[in-house]
Design a protein around this ligand. Structure first.
Ligand SMILES: Nc1nc2c(ncn2[C@@H]2O[C@H](COP(=O)(O)OP(=O)(O)OP(=O)(O)O)[C@@H](O)[C@H]2O)c(=O)[nH]1
Ligand SMILES: [Mg+2]
Length: 468
């Protein structure tokens, strides 16, 4: 948990929480409630100073996915919605390879950016980051624009115990000599701190392009001040056209409440944010992780835990696999057990049944309370692996053993096996298309008969002979 995160995205987060709260009460996702939610999301993003075109595209995609047919039924609309927004936010900001690749020794890392964006501080932060990675970086004071710039970098280098190269003449010449020297000394990385200008101008572009041409940096990062919002994004675009950036380092995120730049940079420039600056101190540089950022945007506590829940439950592949198994009647007690575990995570709801499309709440007949859940789990745990896979093995003596092992009566085990079989048969009936899921509600009524579905007939009991 990062303290600065409480501030960043404050407004967006608040809005999102409101959207989710309102969705929370809805039973299903409809065009109407998605449209309402999206209107608010759109407003939240625009107010956060996210690029207009980015917002439009984002809203379109989320809307489409939310209404899409492949939406899983195992979570609530609010959860689904949060999950979709979360995934789209991750998509919007990523992907990004974490860390700095080191293809060569020394690896040359060039920093460019407007005046005051935080280049010099970031150079030292990157050096500190590399030191923590066990590398041996050096820095180059290539800013001959401002007399104090060299001194500033030297002080920071001194704090870190990192060598700082400087010299007389033009910036590109200084950089070339510094790289040669770094090669001699054997430093692992050379970080070039270049001069900034107030605005993008020809002179600055010529200089940074010249440095890039002559030193052939392995990584070129643009340092941007997050607080300048869309100006930061626009300058990133302009720099990228001239320099071909490898990524952006977004600084001063600790002072940015809106987060518009963080959300727009990748979509507008095609270049990912590599690092974020979250404070003035030299250890305040973090690798940028789109998923963590999305968590943060969607808010603290409540919403994040919803995402987590959805993530756990909507392990889409697993769910699809399970569903297929159920419909093919390959579903075993092992699968059932796994599902019970998931139900627990969700707080004891009958998810296992709602996973079958259209079944949802209609399975009143198989409703399972929390206490019962514990008993069922205990019974399954007392089964041998073979029994779990092949419930038909469970004969009378095995039933007694399972009952002893789990502290229940033999009848309870019989009941469970019976219920399980019944469920499996129903699944099979649905899977084979003989019965539509929607007719199951009726089917569960006692004595109901539905064409095509054969209720497992009660074995005819031989009338007991009365002893006189
Ligand atoms: N709060 C906060 N302040 C930062 C961050 N990064 C840089 N700063 C501050 O921003 C100011 C400018 O930083 P510099 O590193 O000198 O910026 P620069 O791009 O090198 O500036 P020029 O060399 O003049 O172009 C300094 O006061 C830094 O302490 C950050 O992530 N968070
Ligand atoms: Mg500087």
């Amino acid at each position: 948990m990062h303290l600065w995160g409480d501030f960043l995205f404050e407004a967006i987060t608040e809005k999102f929480e409101g959207v989710v709260r309102r969705l929370r009460g809805k039973a299903i996702i409809t065009e109407k409630n998605v449209a309402d939610a999206m209107r608010e999301v759109r407003m939240a993003l625009l107010e956060a100073d996210v690029n207009y075109a980015v917002v439009r595209e984002f809203v379109k995609t989320v809307e489409k996915k939310a209404l899409g047919a492949d939406v899983l039924k195992s979570v609530s609309p609010a959860q689904q919605f949060v999950k979709i927004v979360h995934d789209e936010l991750v998509e919007l900001m990523g992907p990004v390879e974490p860390g700095i690749p080191q293809p060569d020794s020394p690896t040359i890392i060039m920093l460019a950016g407007l005046q005051g964006s935080g280049k010099t501080t970031t150079a030292a932060k990157v050096a500190s980051y590399l030191l923590r990675k066990g590398r041996r970086p050096s820095m180059v004071a290539a800013d001959v624009q401002r007399p104090a710039a060299v001194e500033q970098l030297k002080i920071l280098g001194g704090q870190l115990g990192v060598e700082v190269f400087s010299g007389e003449g033009k910036a590109p010449d200084i950089c070339v000599r510094a790289v040669e020297r770094a090669r001699l000394v054997g430093t692992s990385d050379v970080i070039l701190d270049t001069a900034g200008r107030l605005h993008i101008d020809e002179e600055m572009m010529m200089e940074v392009k010249d440095i890039a041409r002559r030193t052939e940096p392995h990584q070129v990062y643009l340092v941007c001040d997050a607080m300048t919002g869309q100006d930061a994004v626009n300058s990133a675009k302009a720099f990228d056209e001239e320099l071909s950036l490898d990524g952006v380092i977004l600084t001063k995120l600790d002072g940015d409440a809106r987060g518009g730049a963080a959300l727009s940079v990748k979509a507008v420039t095609g270049k990912p944010i590599k690092f974020i600056g979250v404070g003035e101190k030299l250890d305040k540089l973090e690798e940028f992780h789109p998923d963590r950022m999305a968590d943060r945007i969607l808010g603290m506590g409540d919403v994040v835990s919803l995402v987590e829940k959805a993530r756990e439950t909507v392990d889409a592949e697993e769910a699809a696999r399970m569903q297929e198994k159920m419909l093919k009647a390959e579903f075993t007690f092992e699968d059932f057990h796994k599902q019970l575990g998931q139900m627990r995570k969700m707080g004891g709801i009958k998810d296992i049944l709602s996973m079958v499309p259209g079944l949802g709440s209609q399975m009143g007949g198989l409703d399972i309370s929390d206490g019962e859940l514990t008993r069922i789990e205990a019974m399954i745990q007392s089964m041998t692996p073979a029994e779990r896979r092949k419930p038909d093995l469970i004969d009378q003596s095995r039933r007694r053993r399972i009952a002893r092992g789990s502290g229940v009566q033999a009848e309870d085990v019989s009941g469970l096996v019976k219920q399980f079989r019944q469920m499996r048969d129903m699944m099979q009936a649905i899977g084979s298309g003989r019965v539509s899921p929607s007719s199951l509600g009726t089917l569960m009524q006692p004595g109901a008969k539905i064409k095509g579905f054969k209720r497992r007939s009660k074995r005819k009991r031989r009338p007991r002979r009365r002893h006189r």
